[in-house]
Design a protein around this ligand. Structure first.
Ligand code: GRF
Length: 193
């Protein structure tokens, strides 16, 4: 990733599908002096995702893409990303899988945050699965997005200890706190800051 030159921040799009707590965290970070990124676009596949409210609150353009027609959605997306001069994409609870073609055609980097210590527990329902397997630790991972699900180069990870009374809900909350920190640390890392 290019080092930050001058004060021009790297124009970034955040892709969401749900609550958007990672999105909110990235928006707040982007407004700090040390942030090398600005958030210039919010993308969701889900018109009722709660995170879309941050578009209005923070005056950030949003766009809803109907991923039921994935090829058309991705084509439209690439056009919008180009028009908005986006060079970094942060997936944050985005529940759709981007195609190999999209990843290849996007002229920039794509990051994702996943709620497990990859390469263990790729995919969904990670908290239920770590509890079922009586793991002692879980955690979260920020990685580059590659065509293979949850398998791109890892940037940073954070371990979270599992306590005996943890439920999937409690674990999700504990991990989410660490996700917010990890995403910021990962962005600083890829900018060599
Ligand atoms: C996070 O746990 C993230 O790791 C997973 O989906 C959740 C998104 O939460 N991919 P939010 O929408 O950012 O609050």
């Amino acid at each position: 990733m290019a080092k930050l030159t001058g004060h021009k921040k790297t124009r970034t799009a955040v892709f969401i599908s749900g609550t958007g707590s990672n999105l909110l965290n990235l928006i707040k970070f982007s407004k700090t002096k040390k942030s090398p990124i600005s958030i210039n676009l919010i993308i969701s596949n889900n018109p009722s995702s709660k995170g879309l409210r941050f578009s209005k609150i923070y005056k950030i353009k949003k766009n809803i893409c109907n991923f039921k027609k994935k090829t058309i959605a991705e084509k439209k997306l690439l056009k919008i990303l180009k028009k908005k001069e986006i060079s970094l994409i942060c997936l944050a609870g985005f529940m759709k899988i981007l195609s190999k073609n999209f990843i290849k055609n996007f002229r920039g980097k794509i990051l994702n945050i996943h709620p497990s210590l990859l390469p263990k527990y790729k995919g969904l329902n990670t908290h239920e699965r770590v509890l079922e397997n009586k793991e002692k630790y879980t955690g979260c991972t920020v990685h580059y997005v590659s065509p293979k699900l949850d398998s791109g180069q890892i940037i940073l990870q954070k371990k979270v200890r599992i306590d005996k009374n943890d439920t999937p809900k409690i674990l999700a909350k504990k991990v989410l706190v660490q996700e917010h920190k990890l995403y910021v640390q990962s962005i600083l890392k890829i900018f060599n800051l």
